[in-house]
Design a protein around this ligand. Structure first.
Ligand code: AMP
Length: 570
C-alpha cells in the first residue's frame, strides 16, 4: 500500500495554485473565479493526480473535490487529446451532479478550449449522440447512460486516459456496481483511475482494490484534528437551498442581532455580492478579500473596530491572522472546505469567557461534511430552522420591549409628560402607550419583511425525501434546487422611488419606512423592498401611491435632512 498521504495533510498548509504546478490557463481561470487558495483536498490531490497517479480519496461535497480531480484532468488534457474520442470520463451518480461537474470542468478549462459533455438519463439521447460525434475531450456521465452509449457504439472508451468515479458510494447505493465494472472493462488497462467517496464501505474498498493501481490515499477528515480544542461557542447550522441563502442570512442576522460579525465566503465574487446584498438590507457590511490592497484592508478593519461597520464579509485568506476584540458571531456562508478551517474560523469568538456564536449555512447536500466537522470540532452543531416571519416579528418586539424598559429605567422622561397628559384627556393611557410603542418599534427596526424562506431538510443518505437530489431511480437524476430567492410581497404592482440619502447619511430601512408611514396613509406592509446605497436609497411602494409618497417625502425631513425624492424609472 502507498504511504498514507494524510500524514502530509498539514505540511503544505498555505500552498498556492501556482506552487501546485498548474498551467497558466488554469491559474487564470481560477483567479477569474475568485478562488484564492487551494482547499486541503486540492493541495493533497492535485500534485499526484497531475503526475498520473491513481487516487483513492475520502471526501464529501463541500471540500472542493470537484476541482481537485478536474484541474489535473485538464492539466493533462493536451498530452492525451484526440480529434474525436474522449480522453477522460467522469462518472457521477445523478444528473444534477453530471451537470454541475461538467459546468465546473467547462469553467476551469475555458482557456484550454476543453470540450466537455454531460450525458445522463432522461435527456434526449440524439443531441448527446451528435455532440459525441463532433468530438469531446471529457464526458461526465451517469453510469446507466454511459453504458447505453457504449453499447450503441457512440461512446468510445478505448482512448480514455483518466476515469474518475465521483461519489462512488452513492453510485453503489443506487445499484450501479455492475455498470461501473462493465464501463471500466471498456477502458484501457493503463488508464489513471481516481475514486472519490464520502464513505468507504467494504464493497467500495473491494472495487478500489480491483481497479486502482498503487493509489495515493487521501482522507480529508481525520478522526481528530491535531489542533483539537474547539472553543466554547454556541454552534448552529441552518439548511438552506443556495438561492435562498442571502434572504436566510439576512433573517438570521436580524434575529441574532450581532454586535460585530464576520461572514466567511469561498470566493472574492461571493464576498462582493454578499456585501452589497447585506448593505441593501440596511447592515453596515464591509468586504475583505485578497484582491484588496493592504491600505484598503486596514481601512476596513478600522471601521469594524470603531463600530462604523458591523459586518465583515471575508475570505479565509484575507481574514487570516485577524484578531477582532468585539467579534460576537462567526458566520460560514458555505460549509468550510475542511474541518480544520471551521475550527480555526470559530476560534475567533467565544474568547475570555464571552459567549460566541458560530452559524453555518449548509446546502441540503452538505450534511455529511457538517457531520464530519462536528466530529472534528468535538462539540455539537445544532441544526435549526431558519427563523420564520413570525419569529422575526417576535424577536423585534422583544428588542423594542428591551429598549423601552431600558429607557424607563435610565432616561429622564419628564419632558414628554406634557404629551402624554394632553393625549390622556382624549385617549385611554393604554392606547397612548400602544401608539408610542408602535412608533418606537417602527423607528428602531427595519421594514417587516414577510417573505417566508423555504424550509428544507438535509438530503437523506439515499433515496426518498424531499431534498434536491432525491431521485431514487437509476439515472433518474433529480429535480432543480428546490428554492429560489423569495420575492418580497407587495400589495399590487410596485413603483419605485429614488431618495437622495443613503448610508453616508446614516439612513436605515426603518427611517424610510417611518417617514413614509408617518407622512402618508400607507402602512409598513405597503412598503416593499428597500435598497440602501452609499448616497441614495431605492424604495418600492404600491404604484398607485408613488406620487403621494413623493410629495409627502419632499415636504418632510428624513433623519433631520431634506432629501431629493422622485419616481425612479431606471
Ligand atoms: P465541491 O466540494 O467540489 O462540491 O465544491 C464546493 C464549492 O467550493 C464549489 O462551489 C466550488 O466552486 C468551490 N470551490 C472549490 N475549490 C475552491 C477554492 N480553492 N476556493 C474557493 N472556492 C472553491
Amino acid at each position: 500500500m502507498e504511504a498514507m498521504s494524510d500524514e502530509r495533510a498539514t505540511t503544505g498548509e498555505h500552498a498556492t495554485f501556482e506552487t501546485l504546478g498548474l498551467r497558466e490557463e488554469l491559474l487564470k481561470a481560477l483567479t477569474a473565479l475568485g478562488y484564492e487558495e487551494p482547499t486541503p483536498i486540492q493541495q493533497e490531490a492535485i500534485p499526484p493526480l497531475a503526475e498520473g497517479r491513481d487516487l483513492l480519496g475520502q471526501a464529501a461535497t463541500g471540500t472542493g473535490k470537484t476541482a481537485a480531480f478536474s484541474l489535473p484532468v485538464l492539466q493533462r488534457l493536451e498530452a492525451h487529446r484526440r480529434a474525436k474520442p474522449p480522453v477522460a470520463l467522469v462518472l457521477v451518480p445523478t444528473r444534477e451532479l453530471a451537470v454541475q461537474v461538467s459546468e465546473a470542468l467547462h469553467r476551469y478549462g475555458k482557456d484550454l478550449g476543453a470540450r466537455v459533455l454531460p450525458v445522463y438519463g432522461g435527456a434526449p439521447i440524439v443531441r448527446q449522440l451528435r455532440s459525441l460525434e463532433s468530438g469531446v475531450d471529457v464526458v461526465v456521465a451517469t453510469p446507466g447512460r454511459a453504458l447505453d452509449l457504449v453499447n450503441r457504439g457512440a461512446l468510445h472508451l478505448g482512448d480514455i486516459a483518466t476515469v474518475v468515479l465521483d461519489e462512488a458510494d452513492e453510485m453503489l447505493d443506487m445499484g450501479f456496481a455492475e455498470d461501473l465494472e462493465a464501463i471500466l472493462d471498456e477502458t484501457p488497462q493503463d488508464r489513471q483511475t481516481v475514486l472519490f467517496s464520502a464513505t468507504m464501505p467494504r464493497r467500495l474498498d473491494a472495487l478500489a482494490r480491483r481497479h486502482l493501481s498503487d493509489p495515493v490515499r487521501i482522507t480529508i477528515a481525520r478522526e481528530k484534528a491535531a489542533s483539537g480544542e474547539a472553543p466554547r461557542v454556541r454552534q448552529t447550522a441552518y439548511v438552506v437551498p443556495r438561492g435562498a441563502k442571502p434572504a436566510a442570512l439576512g433573517r438570521i442576522l436580524d434575529v441574532e442581532a450581532p454586535t460585530a460579525a464576520i461572514v466567511f465566503c469561498r470566493t472574492r465574487e461571493e464576498v462582493d455580492t454578499l456585501t452589497e446584498t447585506l448593505n441593501g438590507r440596511g447592515y453596515r457590511a464591509e468586504p475583505l478579500h485578497g484582491g484588496m490592497s493592504q491600505e484598503q484592508r486596514d481601512k476596513v478593519m478600522g471601521r469594524l473596530r470603531s463600530g462604523t461597520a458591523d459586518l465583515l464579509v471575508a475570505t479565509d485568506v484575507a481574514a487570516r491572522g485577524l484578531d477582532i476584540e468585539q467579534l460576537t458571531h462567526v458566520v460560514n456562508y458555505d460549509v468550510p472546505s475542511a474541518p480544520e478551517s471551521y475550527v480555526h474560523r470559530i476560534g475567533r469568538v467565544g474568547r475570555a469567557g464571552r459567549e460566541g456564536v458560530a452559524i453555518t449555512l449548509a446546502e441540503p447536500r452538505e450534511h455529511r461534511m457538517l457531520k464530519t466537522i462536528e466530529k472534528v470540532a468535538g462539540s455539537p452543531i445544532t441544526v435549526e430552522k431558519v427563523p420564520t416571519v413570525a419569529d422575526l416579528r417576535a424577536r423585534r418586539l422583544d428588542l423594542t420591549r428591551g429598549a423601552l424598559r431600558e429607557s424607563l429605567l435610565t432616561d429622564d422622561l419628564d419632558r414628554f409628560r406634557v404629551v402624554v397628559e394632553s393625549l390622556a384627556d382624549e385617549f385611554d393611557l393604554m392606547e397612548v402607550a400602544l401608539a408610542a410603542v408602535k412608533l418606537a418599534h417602527e423607528a428602531g427596526n427595519g421594514v417587516d419583511d414577510d417573505e417566508e424562506i423555504p424550509q428544507v431538510a438535509f438530503r437523506p443518505d439515499s433515496g426518498g425525501g424531499k431534498a434536491p437530489r432525491a431521485g431514487n431511480g437509476r439515472d433518474a437524476g433529480a429535480r432543480g434546487d428546490g428554492g429560489r430567492p423569495p420575492r418580497r410581497a407587495a400589495s399590487g404592482p410596485a413603483g419605485r422611488l429614488f431618495v437622495g440619502l443613503g448610508r453616508e447619511a446614516g439612513i436605515r430601512p426603518g427611517d424610510l419606512v417611518g417617514a413614509i408611514t408617518g407622512e402618508t396613509g400607507l402602512t409598513g406592509r405597503d412598503v416593499g423592498s428597500i435598497e440602501i446605497h452609499q448616497r441614495f436609497a431605492l424604495v418600492e411602494v404600491p404604484e398607485g401611491a408613488v406620487d403621494e409618497v413623493v410629495q409627502a417625502l419632499r415636504a418632510t425631513m428624513i433623519k433631520g435632512r431634506k432629501a431629493t425624492v422622485r419616481r425612479d424609472r431606471s
